[in-house]
Write a protein that binds this ligand. Structure first.
Ligand code: CA
Length: 228
């Protein structure tokens, strides 16, 4: 999943980023409301974590603009609002403006990740969070993969690469497109890194008959499953 964090408290923002990346998400961070509105207009995010107290354009205005756009175009985009402890009215106002949930600072990280999972589960409920490809099944909300019904060990980045390829079975996906889907803004992912992730995935999946073909000089293609 692709997440956007809008938070001007740098240590908090980087803590959130680290924890959510560890859960396998691609995470972008900005401290500016204006940039968040721009980014959401141009890219698709599965969830936005939005601080209310931001310099210049505050979180309320960001939320108002996000909801004034055409949200249905790209499916639901849940917004989790972060408010200061002494600002009770902020929660009400945030919910009125279309926030899906709120958390009051300071909060415990496990609670935040639980809320994030719940919001993603809710927003994915209609899309079918399970992707099945032969003996491989991905639960895209619980972030678990199963191969022949056995849990499949995978690093967060491998998961993201696999998710991209599974979305385009029998279609060639360029390395650039994979980097785009997997990396957040701050990341510096090289095509070589993508090769490493793909080769790790191959070593796990090929014994089960799942083939990722290399399209020389361009990218990869997950072949249709034809049995092992
Ligand atoms: Ca703030």
């Amino acid at each position: 999943m692709r997440l956007l964090i809008v938070e001007d408290d740098a240590p908090l923002a980087s803590g959130l980023r680290r924890i959510l990346e560890a859960e396998g998400h691609a995470v972008d961070v900005t401290s500016r409301g204006e940039q968040a509105v721009l980014a959401a207009a141009q890219e698709r995010f599965d969830l936005v974590i939005l601080d209310i107290g931001l310099p210049q354009m505050d979180g309320f205005e960001v939320l108002r603009r996000l909801r004034a756009g055409s949200p249905e175009k790209n499916g639901p985009m849940p917004v989790l609002v972060l408010t200061a402890r002494d600002a009770v009215d902020d929660r009400v106002r945030g919910l009125d403006l279309g926030a899906d949930d709120y958390m009051v600072k300071p909060f415990a990280m496990p609670e935040l990740t639980a809320r994030v999972r719940a919001l993603l589960r809710r927003s994915q409920a209609h899309g079918g969070p399970r992707i099945v490809h032969g003996p491989l099944a991905l639960d895209t909300v619980a972030r678990r993969a199963f191969l022949k019904n056995e849990p499949l060990e995978r690093a967060a980045r491998e998961w993201a690469v696999l998710e991209v390829l599974l979305g385009k079975v029998e279609k060639i996906v360029s390395k650039e497109a994979i980097i785009q889907a997997v990396a957040g803004w701050g990341d510096d992912l090289s095509p070589n890194a993508i090769e490493v992730y793909v080769s790790r995935l191959r070593s796990k999946l090929e014994p089960a008959g799942i083939k990722i073909r290399t399209v020389r000089g361009f990218g990869y293609m997950l072949e249709e499953f034809k049995g092992s």
